[in-house]
Design a binder for this molecule. Structure first.
Ligand code: FAD
Length: 472
């Protein structure tokens, strides 16, 4: 039986997970080739090491979302299956106007009792609008019959009359949102607010660095992995799909039975989808999901953890840059004498600051620290910057959720063997991209098994002479 071929475009978590699931699920013989534009696989899961000391930090995806207290949690199960250890992460403090607010007493002392009452009321409204169970089941595989949600998340802020309380909530969620409240809807905004509540989810990281996840996937898959192969065109050639790549200035053409395009929405327009009907469908697909959100990370190595014992969590929210998250990256490496802080800026502030050079960004990050962390400058050893403009989605799923088949197959009539995978089709997280990759791998596996069964039946009919008898 002829081995069927699958081409995957993109070597981030989406492409790697699609290859892993495909090889795991499919019964028929299949060969997978994966093309990655850069020299490294793993996409936005990135755990680099500083050059002045062997200390690592997360430069992309920061944490994994744990839903296992509800029901199935396929990402956590996979991490376990790959033999990786996890460590819980947490934080509930906000640094506002140079004060550390870690409890209701702190909030009352610095923001006043009116702010506390408003914050409690906001929390009640949020919890009433989305219960933990609704949060877990918030993706609807068949789309949703609810009216399209057009009210912006900003409308919920208008209900908070106390300006201090409003600024507290904005600071709390801005870096998780990666956009401004007016650019997203109430559901997505509230999901980002409620993720700070352990009734809804808890957080964890991978011991040794989050990049161990893609590395473990790579070590298990048998696919041909072609790095530094930029895919610039996808087209149909008879029953095959042709993927054109550029590698070291040489253009190559590769034909496949099935193709999975596992690119973030921002990268889709960089590929030319050559056939007219396909090009139009991909344009519509991109327009539907084109709600870019932005991140910027500044990571710094210090000669000691000068914030201890005042600050002990894995992260804190800071009221600078319209609200950013300050990670204690060294909490991921217990026992290390060094200190590492990571600033995660989101939204318009991140987009604007992406224009600055690394030195300016490191200065701005150091300036953002409150006086009780002023030792930062004397302990500073090295700073690194990672810019992630338009890298995530401000409105995953787009306006009006599509069903899963429509999300993944933009042109089913003439291109039934071309699929798209992406976190932007779900919730712009690693959990979402896993669901997407698993859905497409299962679909292709079912098609391959069907093809194999048909071929087998035809072979049996041929050997038993049924075809000849019919044609006679
Ligand atoms: C700063 C930051 C923090 C985040 N934090 C979290 C978090 O805490 N938790 C969480 O769950 N998620 C988080 N995310 C989101 C998470 O990183 C994504 O969900 C995930 O990386 C999506 O995987 P992907 O494979 O779809 O895309 P990517 O990771 O972007 O991978 C796509 C790959 O395709 C390649 N590519 C692009 N164009 C081409 C081309 N033409 N030809 C070939 N290859 C191409 C790219 O080089 C890249 O390697 C964060 C993202 C960022 C940026």
């Amino acid at each position: 039986m002829r081995i069927k071929t699958v081409g995957i475009v993109g070597g981030g978590p989406g492409g790697l997970l699609a290859a892993y699931f495909l090889e795991k699920i499919v019964n028929a013989p299949v060969h997978v080739t994966l093309f990655e534009a850069s020299e490294r696989l793993g996409g936005k899961i990135l755990t680099p090491t500083f050059s002045s000391a062997p200390v690592s930090y997360e430069a992309g995806a920061a944490e994994f979302y744990d839903y296992s207290h509800f029901d199935e949690d396929p990402l956590k199960d996979l991490i376990h299956e790959l033999g990786l250890s996890i460590q819980p992460m947490g934080g509930s403090s906000v640094i506002m106007d140079d004060h550390l607010l870690s409890s209701t007493v702190d909030i009352e002392k610095h923001l006043g009792s009116a702010a506390v009452e408003e914050l409690k009321a906001f929390d009640r409204r949020a919890r009433n609008l989305i219960t933990p169970d609704e949060f877990y089941h918030s993706d609807h595989p068949e789309g949703t019959s609810k009216p399209v949600e057009r009210t912006s998340f900003a409308s919920m802020f208008e209900q908070i009359k106390d300006p201090q309380a409003r600024r507290y909530v904005e600071t709390l969620i801005h870096s998780d949102l990666a956009t401004e409240p007016r650019c997203t809807n109430i559901s997505y905004g509230l999901q980002n607010y409620l993720m700070n509540d352990c009734d809804y989810m808890t957080l964890y990281g991978i011991v040794g660095g989050n990049e161990l996840l893609p590395r473990e996937l790579i070590s298990r898959i048998h696919a041909t992995l072609k790095t530094q192969h930029v895919v610039n065109e996808v087209s149909k050639r008879g029953h095959k799909i042709c993927v054109e790549t550029i590698h070291e200035e040489i253009t190559e053409s590769h034909e496949f039975d099935y193709v999975i395009v596992a690119l973030p929405h921002v990268s889709i327009p960089t590929v030319n989808f050559a056939d007219d009907d396909l090009a139009e469908s991909i344009r519509d697909h991109h327009d539907h999901y084109n709600h870019p959100a932005h991140y910027l990370r500044v990571s710094m190595l210090f000669d000691r953890q000068f914030w201890k014992p005042t600050l002990n969590d894995s992260y804190w929210m800071l009221d600078k840059f319209d609200g950013c998250c300050l990670y204690d990256e060294s909490s991921r490496q217990p026992g290390s004498p060094y200190g590492v802080l990571g600033w995660l800026l989101g939204g318009e502030a991140a987009l604007e600051m992406c224009e600055l050079n690394d030195e300016q960004l490191i200065e701005a990050a150091l300036d953002s620290l409150p006086p009780f962390l002023s030792e930062a400058r004397e302990c500073f050893l090295e700073g690194c910057v990672h810019r992630w403009a338009s890298a995530v989605s401000a409105l995953p799923g787009g306006i009006g959720k599509k069903n899963e088949a429509e999300r993944h197959q933009p042109e089913p009539i003439h291109h039934p063997n071309l699929f798209l995978v992406g976190d932007y089709l779900y919730d712009t997280t690693l959990n979402g991209v896993l669901d997407s990759a698993h859905y497409v791998a299962s679909w292709i596996a079912a098609k391959l098994d069907e093809d194999a069964a048909t071929t087998h039946t035809n072979q049996v009919l041929e050997t038993t002479g049924v075809f000849q008898n019919v044609s006679n």
